[in-house]
Structures are given as C-alpha cells and as structure tokens.
Design a protein around this ligand. Structure first.
Ligand code: ZN
Length: 203
C-alpha cells in the first residue's frame, strides 16, 4: 500500500505505543473553528484510503482527538465481502444504545498481520458531531455498525486484540489467506464460515 500518495501523509501509529493505548481528548468548538480543521479531516480520510482501511481513528495517525471516519466506496482488499457505505466523519461520538450481538472478523491498521474474531452488539444508536460540528444521530447495523464500534474503541485506547474472548480467535493474516486449508469448524463454526466484511449470529 505504500506509494507516492503516502509519502506526504503521517505514518500509522502501531499497537503498543502509549499515545494509542489511552483515552483521547474531546474536540472543542475552537478546534472545529480553527483554520487547519478541514485539512486535518482531509488528511485522516486520505490516510484511510492510502493505508487500505475502511475506518481510521485520529490517534492512529498521531492526532490526539476524539475523531474518526469510516466508509467503503468500492471493494476493499482486506474486506472483499463488505457492502459499501458512505464516507462519514464522527467527532466526539457517543454510543447511546446498543442491542443484539454478532461476530465478525476484524483487522486493524495499527495491528498489522492479525485478524480477530470478535463479538460486539449488532445494532447501535449513536450521536455526535459531523465534520462541520453539527449535531447528528444515526442508527447503524451490519458491518458499518461493526466498524463504528471498532473506531469508537480507538478513542478510548482499546484495540481489537483487547476484545478477543479466546486467544485462539486471533489469527495471522497468513492463515486467513489460506482458509481453504482450515480444519472444519476451526477456530469456531461461525469463524470458519464467515468471510471478512460479513457478520455472523453464530460464534
Ligand atoms: Zn483499528
């Protein structure tokens, strides 16, 4: 993924760095009114594209703030089965309520080489500010809800491996790349049959 487009972008912050493993500060009205605000958001979205993500949180690129974006415009190499959803920025987001639960394979740009089979609520109602600082609410389900919750965790210093309920649910990318060779129903029936980008009711 590294090409000319990434050379002028901030680098990724990886699993274990102190700045990533702690709660991030709220964005203020002054932050949003500042001249550099549009550029900050643009840089965040460009990093997501350049590094091949479907969501990215500000602390992953060295910006200490409760901001993330998510979106899939076409087919993403890392989640080829995910349905597209529009690019959206969230500032000071809050998960107001959640219901149900589902499982999905998650990766993280800050945790290279690993995939995790993670359970989270299936539907969420959220609020926050948009890129212009205007209050917004949304109800999310499916994989978009999954991505939102993963990015929300980043704002609290929580990374995907910390959501793993069983160490056997953390797999190498190398193993994910040869799923045809997996032992049937390993590491669990749902994990065995669910493609990255989909959710499963079955563990
Ligand atoms: Zn992540």
């Amino acid at each position: 993924m590294v090409d000319e487009a990434t050379s002028e972008l901030p680098g990724l912050v990886f699993w274990g760095e102190a700045s990533l493993m702690q709660p991030q500060p709220a964005v203020s009205a002054d932050d949003i009114a500042a001249d550099d605000w549009p550029d900050r958001l643009d840089t965040l979205a460009r990093c997501m594209d350049a590094y091949g993500g479907i969501g990215i949180a500000a602390p992953q690129v060295g910006w200490a703030a409760r901001v993330f974006c998510l979106g899939i415009s076409g087919v993403n190499d890392r989640y080829p089965d995910a349905e597209a959803f529009p690019l959206q920025f969230w500032v000071n987001p809050v998960i107001e309520s959640s219901s149900g639960s589902c499982w999905a394979w998650e990766g993280c740009l800050s945790v290279p080489g690993l995939r995790g089979w993670v359970s989270r609520p299936a539907e969420i109602e959220v609020s926050g500010l948009d890129q212009n600082g205007e209050p917004v609410t949304a109800r999310l389900e499916g994989f978009a809800a999954r991505v939102f919750q993963h990015e929300m965790d980043h704002l609290d210093g929580i990374l995907m491996p910390m959501r793993i309920s069983d160490p056997r649910f953390l797999l190498s990318d190398a193993l994910m790349a040869k799923r045809d060779s997996w032992q049937p129903h390993w590491p669990s029936p749902g994990a065995f049959t669910t493609q990255p980008g989909r959710t499963s009711a079955e563990r």
